[in-house]
Design a protein around this ligand. Structure first.
Ligand code: NDP
Length: 286
């Protein structure tokens, strides 16, 4: 078998986008245009970067967009009011709320206020629970979904595969583990208290790394011929963007590995777009 194949996100994103363009075209024949509303508090560089990518992707596909920019010092009441307004706006099919919210806004209260049917990035716990129930009517978070879509695009057999997920956050680790379990993989979840980490990860047919530690995963963590999905986005000592996996160190051992940048991160906005189109269709009884 070939070793060291770098599997990029772009072809995955392109394929998803192509299909969406057709779907949006069909909807437009009936006078329907999907619409995304983004709720942003302040102007954090991370949020702005993701927003630019999302707006560009939506534009390419033909999804309308609206950005609600809220003052940094907005009250919880006002924030909830802004969300409710979008819940009730019939033109808006999907709502993306940038997180984490500023400290003075209580996420544990606010997350229940977004209409689960418009919650295209899995903020409302109803959408989390749908992942656990393997109920496909919901909206799992975009990054974990991107991981699964990349594996499927590159024809990786997930059924019965021995998968180790590094990380157990609500953003990546936990949901991606459940999504992979729903694909009939045998999933092991590791975290900062896991003992003998390399011993466990080196049994994995597929390793998903989402720890947020630059280049932490080295050769001894990897089973010969394993497939590695590197979700991490970190900055190394030289100031360069890098993943959780030391790609150069493991390249001879892996069969396939996603790059950083250009891997998982480049698929997320197309997943977001697919959720908006799905929400639009459901809301229009299509
Ligand atoms: P968190 O910091 O929320 O979670 C990190 C997880 O990794 C925790 O569960 C933690 O364990 C575990 N962990 C930390 N250190 C170790 C260690 N030394 N050994 C084993 N496990 C460890 O990060 P996120 O899940 O939000 O993000 C993970 C990475 O993915 C980050 O680099 C982030 O930038 C990136 N990311 C990329 C996205 C993309 O689109 N590609 C989107 C979102 C995130 P414990 O629970 O015990 O603390």
């Amino acid at each position: 078998t070939t070793k060291g194949q770098i599997i990029k996100g772009k072809p995955v994103a392109d394929k998803i986008s192509e299909n969406l363009i057709k779907e949006v075209n069909d909807l437009s024949k009936e006078g329907i245009t999907p619409k995304l509303a983004i709720v942003r508090v302040g102007a954090r560089p991370d949020d702005l970067a993701y927003e630019r990518g999302a707006l560009k992707r939506c534009q390419t596909i033909g999804i309308e967009t609206e950005v609600i920019e809220l003052e940094e010092n907005i009250t919880q009441e006002e924030y909830i009011k802004a969300v409710h307004k979008l819940n009730e706006d019939e033109k808006v099919n999907g709502i993306l709320t940038f997180r984490p919210l500023p400290k003075h806004l209580n996420e544990d209260i606010i997350k229940y206020e977004i209409d689960p049917n418009k919650d295209i990035d899995c903020f409302n716990p109803i959408n989390i629970s749908k992942i656990l129930e393997n109920d496909k009517s919901g909206y799992p978070p975009c990054t974990p979904t991107a991981v699964v879509e990349i594996l499927k695009y590159y024809d990786v057999d997930l059924s019965g595969a021995n998968i180790v997920v590094l990380g157990r956050s609500m953003v990546v680790g936990k949901p991606v583990s459940m999504l992979l379990l729903n694909e009939n993989a045998t999933v092991t979840i590791c975290h900062s208290r896991t003992k003998n980490l390399p011993e466990i990860t080196s049994n994995a047919d597929i390793l998903v790394a989402a720890v947020g530690k630059a280049n932490m995963v080295k050769e001894e963590y990897i089973k010969d011929g394993a497939i590695v999905i590197d979700v991490g986005i970190n900055v190394d000592d030289q100031g360069n963007l890098c993943g959780d996996v030391d790609t150069n160190n493991v390249l001879d051992k892996v069969s396939m590995i996603t790059p950083v940048p250009g891997g998982v991160g480049s698929v997320t906005t197309s997943i977001l777009a697919s959720h908006i189109v799905k929400a639009c269709k459901l809301q229009n009884n299509k």
